[in-house]
Write a protein that binds this ligand. Structure first.
Ligand code: PLP
Length: 383
């Protein structure tokens, strides 16, 4: 058995697809990490607003532990649903403008659970080809009929919907996690209305970042929750904490409580995490400078990359990928950047298609323009 395993591992190494973990020795508020005794400027975190180590959020977490202990003790439907969970659900629903919200322990589980639970009401799924793995796995797990449309291609989707013979659900990321571009949500809303089809949007990289008030991709486009019956977002990215939620109508949420297996059969997130997230949600609403600064940094990043003629992909979000092509080359660049003090991830298949390996830079409100200048001039030299 073990020799079979080693052969697989060897093959991955030869293809430049072997994965290993970088051990972070310490991190604090800000963008510097300690790795192997060396300081690196972090360009791969999803902590877009720089909240993961915010003192108010840490304090809320500590107080939550004091009051409720560390573990929740059980699933939500047994005895794991505490007051902070319930308050957080109400506050999230209000923030995104939905009737109700339901917490899940992770975004991966939310997507798997929601899609499977809704398949009794929509038995054909239409997904963007570049959707997050959890949405694709959710489709496979649900055993629904499953069609993928070309990335952000609403005319391809239209063709598929026009020939459909059963009720379906269209599922899309709002911001595509490996490309940073934004789905054409207004057109998707219109198409799903026209074809009487459900629409589910995964706003993992939009919530907190997009929109004037950080309400996410729907606010960015001037849409509201009635336009998107099934809205999902995560709490581990811009909110800097952990977990996820689904927002929608009263009926949707009640149905998920009854039917979503990844909600029912798993331990509730620690109540202290819910307290931490409540603190984060307050900061997101009070400190709009974080979004303003992030937007300024995105502009600066793109302008500087353009001056250096770097092959950036088309994105207005803090996810800024640089197309490299070859997986081995992407790995070597990432390694060289680490030696020069920058932590940047190389994204390779199967996360992205063959031949589309890339360096994926993510920006945070804690970066300064000088960090970006130093990074990009190093990248240009290495290339
Ligand atoms: C990160 C991510 C998820 C998974 O969320 P977790 O809480 O990390 O499990 C789901 N969808 C998208 C688009 C993501 O980027």
């Amino acid at each position: 058995m073990d020799s079979g395993f080693s052969a697989t591992l060897e093959q991955l190494k030869q293809q430049g697809l072997y994965r290993s973990r970088t051990r972070i020795e310490s991190s604090g508020e800000g963008v510097e990490l300690l790795v192997d005794g060396k300081k690196l400027v972090n360009f791969c975190s999803n902590d877009y607003l720089g909240l993961a180590a915010h003192p108010d959020i840490i304090k809320a977490c500590q107080q939550g532990c004091d009051q409720y202990g560390v573990g929740s003790g059980s699933a939500h439907l047994i005895c794991g649903h505490s007051k902070p969970h319930h308050q957080l659900e109400e506050e999230l629903a209000e923030f995104v403008g939905a009737s109700r919200a339901l917490l899940f322990s992770t975004g991966y589980m939310a997507n798997m659970g929601v899609i499977a639970a809704l398949m009794a009401h929509a038995d054909c799924l239409y997904e963007d080809r570049l959707n997050h793995a959890s949405l694709l796995d959710g489709a496979l797990l649900s055993r629904a009929r499953f069609k993928r449309y070309r990335h952000a291609d609403t005319s391809h989707l239209h063709q598929l919907l026009a020939t459909a013979d059963s009720k379906g659900m269209v599922v899309t990321d709002s911001v595509f996690s490996m490309d940073g571009d934004i789905a054409p949500l207004p057109q998707l809303v219109e198409q799903t209305r026209q074809h009487n089809t459900l629409l589910m949007v995964d706003d993992a990289h939009g919530l907190g970042v997009l929109g004037e008030n950080g309400r996410g991709a729907l606010e960015h486009f001037g849409l509201d929750q009635h336009d998107v019956p099934v809205y999902m977002a995560t709490l581990g990215k811009a909110l800097g904490v952990f977990g996820a939620f689904v927002a929608g109508s009263d009926e949707l949420i009640e149905l998920l409580i009854q039917k979503a297996r990844t909600y029912i059969f798993t331990t509730a997130m620690p109540p202290a995490m819910a307290e931490a997230t409540r603190a984060s949600l307050k900061i997101i609403q009070q400190e709009s400078w974080r979004r303003d600064k992030l937007n300024m940094l995105v502009d600066h990043f793109r302008d500087t990359a353009a001056e250096l003629e770097l092959p950036l992909m088309d994105s207005i979000t803090p996810i800024q990928p640089l197309l490299v092509g070859d997986a081995q080359l992407a790995m070597r660049l990432s390694q060289k950047l680490k030696e020069q003090g920058f932590f940047v991830s190389a994204i390779r298949p199967p996360t992205v298609p063959q031949g589309e390996s890339r360096l994926r830079f993510t920006l945070s409100a804690h970066h300064e323009t000088a960090h970006i200048d130093a990074l990009l001039s190093t990248v240009a030299k290495l290339l």
